[in-house]
Design a binder for this molecule. Sequence first.
Ligand code: GUN
Length: 297
Amino acid sequence: MTAAVIDGKAFAATLRTRVGELAAEFEAKAGRKAGLAVVLVGEDPASQVYVRSKGKSTLEAGMNSFEHKLPADTSEADLLAMVYALNADPAVDGILVQLPLPRHIDEQKVIAAINPDKDVDGFHVTNAGRLAVGQPGFVPCTPLGCLMLLQDRLGDLSGLNAVVIGRSNIVGKPMAQLLIAQSCTVTVAHSRTQDLADVVRRADIVVAAVGRPEMVKGDWIKPGATVIDVGINRVPGAAEGKTRLVGDVDYASAAAVAGAITPVPGGVGPMTIAVLLRNALVAAYRNAGLDLAADAV
Ligand code: GUN
């Protein structure tokens, strides 16, 4: 058997089109565009690529993009002052501070300074708490994108066994919360988990978010399971000096056993920015006091 390939790129394109339609409706109703501010501190090349891509996508969706690039030696106090200014700016609906921050800045302190109702990353403890107790808030983009792909593929997830590999605040923990809310039986595995292969073999849904290239092997996968690969790992390529991207799942062996699987690239990756735009749009509706149906996007 060969798994169905879950086309995250196509799903993300559809989501972005829908967000664009709703952004136009928002503008007509609110008399202004929705606005997303992205703050980048320093010159990390990968972060620069992400931030450029976020800005471009935000404009394509018909929203305002406010990009703030600060030097690597920006003080924590100056960054906090920028966050406070964005909190107070009525044109800004969503605020994203690109991580990682330079070492001299306390990330948790910066995240805590963001108004939770503008925290489109869903990283603020208030939003983590809202997710944990089932109140409306903002959910981190990558796990929410994974959930959308799972629901698109499987419909109702209730009663399914889900194994999340990884316990980060950005992916693993919120992913587990989202799956619990969908009535899955959830196991969170991590680097200290014993007999990981046996744990994964029980899963109808596997979400791999560990950051270890091709760690999850095909013989760990229950036949027919749905495999979501969050990993983006750059490894040496076939040719001298070349690199290639691989996930946390050994794609070839897993695809021979799974019912469906996300590829890398083109699976989860494209979902993250699409969900960010979705979160920014939801923030705009909420901040303007306008209704948006729960299932609108
Ligand atoms: N760095 C890598 N991924 C992310 C993300 O989703 N949000 C932010 N703010 N920084 C990141």
